[in-house]
Design a protein around this ligand. Structure first.
Ligand SMILES: *Cc1c(COP(=O)(O)O)cnc(C)c1O
Length: 380
């Protein structure tokens, strides 16, 4: 039934072998920098490549500061702590996301609250957020309180799904009005812009991931970006065991974390970042090929929403029903073309099934229909 799609994807990647969903490409200075890093003996938590990476990523996204971390999950965790999320607080997020978003909230012993996504962006819906807060929240002594639970709503974590920016300016305005800290989960959206501003730079903090399946990788890694010097310093401190700088003494002024990115990972990442424009251009071309192809098929290719330029990290299509989706997944995966459904909603997972939710119609609709198709940068 989907033979034509399978043949098309095989023709795009010019192979009959297995086609993964997303694999990294090492086309630049990766080996050179790794060798330099090893020769220097500074392979671990201090080193020149970490500093180089932090200044290049800050420049690339247009933020004043960046702090490299061990992965995107730790970057999210530390960001929530840095904006003051404490045990028993609530954090608003979307149910349609990778589980790491909710894990980070749980690490703070905080409670996720789920509001719906928009169908076109697949990311947090500003309208759903507004409706939820109008119905449930009041601001008392500068703190947003959930009237139903009596708990403080401290932060909001929208996610830019598969690199498609959500309506982040409207979300920011709502968060500001209710005195809720905005932390963007931009793990998937390096190279994506909303109204010409890079995703991850709208909130107080933005988080990126450099896991092996992301648009660029350090093997494992992440970072936090911000314009706030004080918060940047605090995050650097908290991620480096909260050690008070001293030539020889071990003094730590709080329970810190070992969330540093090792220099050897940063070496790989500096080389990857040098080629981000090449990767994005290649991905935009691929997205155009898919868009043209699917325009004549009975499936919808997900395009960059209005006012935004997506990185097209993972391409996705919308099937007409769950039954169609299941047969598509079955047929493509059995024929060496890797495809994956979008995530199971967080609000259905055992850990979060009792969480407070807004109306989740769009999330439910997308959950049963969206499939990711191969999206690696085409070689050559
Ligand atoms: C990849 C990802 C993360 C976590 O990143 P890791 O580096 O794997 O810890 C967080 N949120 C989203 C939406 C992601 O896709």
């Amino acid at each position: 039934m989907y033979k034509d799609v399978i043949d098309f994807i095989k023709s795009v990647y010019k192979t009959d072998e297995f086609i993964p969903l997303h694999e990294p490409r090492f086309i630049g200075n990766e080996k050179k920098y790794l060798n330099e890093c090893i020769d220097s003996t500074f392979v671990s938590s201090v080193g020149e490549f970490v500093d180089r990476f932090e200044s290049s990523i800050a420049e690339f996204v247009g933020a004043r500061y960046a702090v490299a971390t061990s992965n995107g999950t730790s970057a999210l965790h530390i960001s929530l702590l840095a904006v003051g999320v404490e045990s028993g607080d609530e954090v608003i997020t979307q149910p349609l996301t990778f589980v790491a978003t909710c894990n980070a909230i749980s690490y703070c012993n905080a409670i996720p609250v789920f509001v719906d996504v928009d169908r076109d962006t697949m990311g947090m819906s500003a309208i759903s957020l507004k409706v939820f807060l109008e119905e449930n929240a009041i601001v008392e002594n500068d703190t947003c309180i959930n009237k139903k639970t009596g708990k403080a709503i401290k932060a909001c974590v929208p996610m830019h799904t598969f690199g498609h920016p959500c309506r982040i300016d409207e979300i920011k305005e709502i968060c500001d009005k209710y005195n809720i800290s905005l932390v963007e989960d931009a793990a998937e959206s390096l190279g994506s812009y909303y109204k010409d501003k890079h995703t991850g730079t709208f909130g107080k903090l933005g988080v990126f991931s450099f896991n092996g399946n992301k648009i660029i990788t350090s093997g494992g890694g992440g970072c936090v970006v911000t314009d706030d010097e004080e918060i940047a310093k605090k995050i650097k401190h908290m991620t480096t065991t909260a050690k008070v700088p001293h030539k020889w003494e071990y003094k730590h002024d709080m329970t810190g974390y070992n969330y540093r990115m090792p220099n050897i990972n940063a070496a790989l990442l500096v080389a990857q970042l040098e080629n981000i424009s090449v990767f994005i251009k290649n991905k935009h071309e691929l997205a155009r090929m898919y868009e043209n192809y699917f325009s004549t098929k009975n499936m919808t290719f997900v395009k960059s929403p209005v006012n935004s330029e997506a990185n097209y990290w993972l391409n996705s299509i919308i099937l007409n029903s769950k039954e169609d989706r299941d047969s598509f997944l079955e047929e493509t995966n059995s024929r060496n073309v890797m495809t994956r459904p979008i995530w199971c909603l967080m609000s259905k997972l055992d850990m979060y099934k009792d969480a407070q939710c807004g109306d989740l119609d769009n999330s439910v609709w997308l959950e049963s229909r969206v499939v990711n198709i191969p999206s690696s940068v085409r070689p050559g």
